[in-house]
Every structure is written in C-alpha cells, then in structure tokens.
Write a protein that binds this ligand. Structure first.
Ligand SMILES: Nc1ncnc2c1ncn2[C@@H]1O[C@H](COP(=O)(O)OP(=O)(O)OP(=O)(O)O)[C@@H](O)[C@H]1O
Ligand SMILES: [Mg+2]
Length: 370
C-alpha cells in the first residue's frame, strides 16, 4: 500500500483545526494536527510532510518562529508553508525564510474556496512528485538489470575476439579485430559505470574491500596504463611523503584512472598534465592539473550523473558518469573530490583521502590538515 501524502495543520484553537480538517479531508491525504509549535516539531521529526498550514498568532512559539525553525532543518527546509494570519490586526513581520521554499499567506476570516484551491495545487504537486520519484527508481533499477545482463554476452564477444587474434594472419583483418576489441572494452566500461550508478543510488553507496595500499603506487599505475594508449602526451608525477593507507585498491585505481583519463580526454593537447601526490600526517592529497577549462555553466553540475557535459560532448563517447562515480569512491573512503577551473590557470581536480592506520580506523575521517 502506498503511503498517504501528509499535510501539517498547526493552530492553537481546536475549533479552527476541526474546521480546517473538515475542509481539507480527502482520499490519499493524512492531516497531521498540532496545537503548538512544539507539537508540530515533534510530528515533523516523525513524518515527511508536503505542506504546512501555520497559524501565525500562537502563544509561546508563533507561526513565523516555527517556520524559521523548519527552514533551519535540512529535512523540513523545502516544505511549502501557508501562513494563516489575521493580517492588518498584526504588526507586520518579516519572515526570514522566503528564499528557501514556497510561502503563501491567507488572511482571516479565511475564504474556504480560496484555501481549498490553494491546497489542491499542493496536493496535486505532491502526487506528481511522488510519481516522478517512483518512475525514476524504476528507471534506475531497469538500467541496473540491463547493465548486468549485458555483461555476459559482451564477455563472450570479447573472448571470441581474443581467440580469433591468434588465428588471423592478415594485417587488415587484425586491425578490424583490434577496433572491435577496443569498442567492446569501451562498452564494457560503460556497463560497469551504469552498474556503479545503480549501486550508488539504489543500494546506498559503493561497497569497499579494504587492504593496506600505497596511494602513490596506484596513481602511478593509472598513469602508466593510460600512457600506453596516449604515448604522445606528457604526464609528470611528483610524490612527497608517505602515501600508505587502507582502502579499496581496485576502486581507487578506478578513481585515479577516471581523473587522469579526463585530463587526457578533456584537457588541452600540447600542455603537460601534472600530478602531485602528498602524504601528510592525517591525509593524502592528490592533485591532477591540466590545461583548458571547464565552461563556467557546466561547473556546478560536473559531478552529477549524465550531466556536466556540453551539447557537443553529449553525443561523444562518454556517458558523463566518470566524475559522479569518482566522487562516490572518494566519499566511500571518507574523503572528497573537488575541482577548480579557470581559463588562465587551467583545471585542477583534488582528491583528499584521510589516512587510515588499519581497516577499521574511522577516527581520521573528519580531520583536515590545513
Ligand atoms: N580534467 C578536465 N578538464 C576539463 N574538463 C573536464 C575535466 N574533467 C571533466 N571535465 C568536464 O566534466 C565533464 C564530466 O566529466 P565525466 O568524467 O563525469 O564525464 P565524461 O568524461 O564526459 O564521460 P565518462 O562517463 O566517460 O567519464 C566532461 O564531459 C568535461 O566537460
Ligand atoms: Mg570522464
């Protein structure tokens, strides 16, 4: 059974609550009623609400104060609010939380038709939002299943190509085969990315298998692998300090390959790519810099899946998932990934990983060395 949509009614006068309740009642809607700000806050801790109707004049905590508290908490920040106010009989007060969500006023005596039509809009919106989020979940699950089931046939194609390689002697045929293999590998990478997206979104994060490792070695391995396919590009690495920690080597290699791959793919050709790996007492910092900048309008969305690409790139080879997954990998290690980009200095991505003394050490997760 689907959960009802919930609206919150707050008024210190019971008669008003009863009248409002009678007016708004409908199938699929649960009305939560509170007679004070404190009661309302308790209900908000337990339930997600799609609209709050707040009486402004209440003893102790008035409607504005309650609304300000709601705007201060992440969970309730976006809840639309309709204030029920005595209007000109009250001193004009400024409500400080306008920017963060929808706010409306209704003046007493309240016209039931106006109230009903406003509330209808919010009910309709809440229903649509719920349908959209359900559709999105189904979509992501579908992508996950599809990605998973594509892996086996593609594996067979790649294995077949490998087998043929030993049997063909004609240079032209071998060239075709190499192209097929590299397209197949790229496809397999894309499938893995889609699976990582579903893992991160639906299962609630990437699963790590931690062992002791050396971050500088992993970065170097990513660089060496990519250098093999980009022999003419200049990649300069500098390591400083001790870079040993605990983490998932396969995931970290994936993170560094994504970033170095991006620098090669999106950076300006002809300018070197520089990598700095610095092991500090409490964290290990990896900086990857390349020439060329990310268009300013893309910067806010580069870490979002399928976004952060220009219209031209959207038809290109990538899915636009690399940075999203990279940030998830950094977060799963209690670290982070950020970027700065400007036309004059180029683009720099920075990974920060807290240093772990053993597989279970989480004590350094919050600490940052200036
Ligand atoms: N080092 C970089 N220099 C310049 N632009 C970059 C750099 N890294 C990322 N970008 C920009 O950010 C966008 C998103 O990067 P992301 O790695 O998520 O996707 P992608 O590289 O397009 O595709 P893929 O899913 O194959 O990684 C890129 O399309 C590019 O516009
Ligand atoms: Mg990429």
């Amino acid at each position: 059974m689907t959960e009802p949509i919930r609206f919150l009614l707050v008024d210190d006068t019971v008669d008003n609550l009863v009248a409002l309740g009678a007016l708004l009642r409908r199938d699929g809607l649960e009305l939560l009623v509170a007679r004070s700000g404190a009661e309302a806050l308790e209900l908000l801790l337990l339930h997600d609400v799609s609209l709050a109707l707040l009486d402004v004049q209440m003893p102790q905590m008035d409607g504005f104060e309650l609304a300000e508290l709601m705007r201060g908490a992440r969970r309730t920040r976006q809840v639309p609010i309709i204030f029920l106010t005595a209007g000109d009989r009250e001193p004009a007060r400024v409500f400080a939380g306008y920017e963060s969500g929808a706010v409306d006023f209704l003046f007493k005596p309240i016209d039931p038709r106006i109230l009903k039509s406003k509330v209808d809009v919010f009910f309709e919106l809440a229903c649509q939002r719920r349908e959209l989020s359900a559709a999105l979940k189904i979509n992501e699950r579908f992508v996950g299943i599809l990605g998973h089931d594509l892996r086996n046939p593609l594996g067979a194609v790649l294995a077949g190509a490998e087998l043929l390689r030993g049997q063909l002697a004609d240079e032209g045929q071998l060239l075709t085969l190499r192209r097929m293999t590299s397209a197949g590998r790229r496809m397999s990478e894309m499938i893995e990315q889609l699976l990582d997206l579903t893992r991160a979104r639906l299962v609630g994060g990437l699963y790590l298998t931690r062992t002791q490792l050396d971050v500088a070695e992993l970065v170097q391995r990513a660089v060496d692998e990519l250098r093999a396919t980009n022999p003419h590009r200049e990649l300069v690495t500098a390591v400083e300090g001790d870079c040993a920690t605990w983490g998932d080597p396969a995931r970290l290699l994936q993170l560094f390959s994504n970033l170095v791959g991006n620098a090669l793919q999106h950076g300006t050709r002809g300018t070197p790519i520089t990598l700095g790996i610095t092991g500090r007492d409490r964290e290990i910092v990896i900086r990857i810099r390349n020439g060329g900048s990310i268009p300013a309008e893309l910067v806010p969305s580069i870490f979002e899946p399928f976004r952060g690409r220009t219209a031209k790139q959207a038809s290109g080879p990538g899915l636009g998932l690399g940075l999203f997954i990279s940030r998830e990998i950094a977060a799963a290690h209690d670290g982070d990934l950020g970027a700065v980009s400007s036309a004059t200095t180029g683009t720099e991505f920075t990974v920060r990983l807290p240093r772990r003394r053993d597989a279970h050490d989480r004590s350094t997760g919050e600490l940052r060395v200036p």
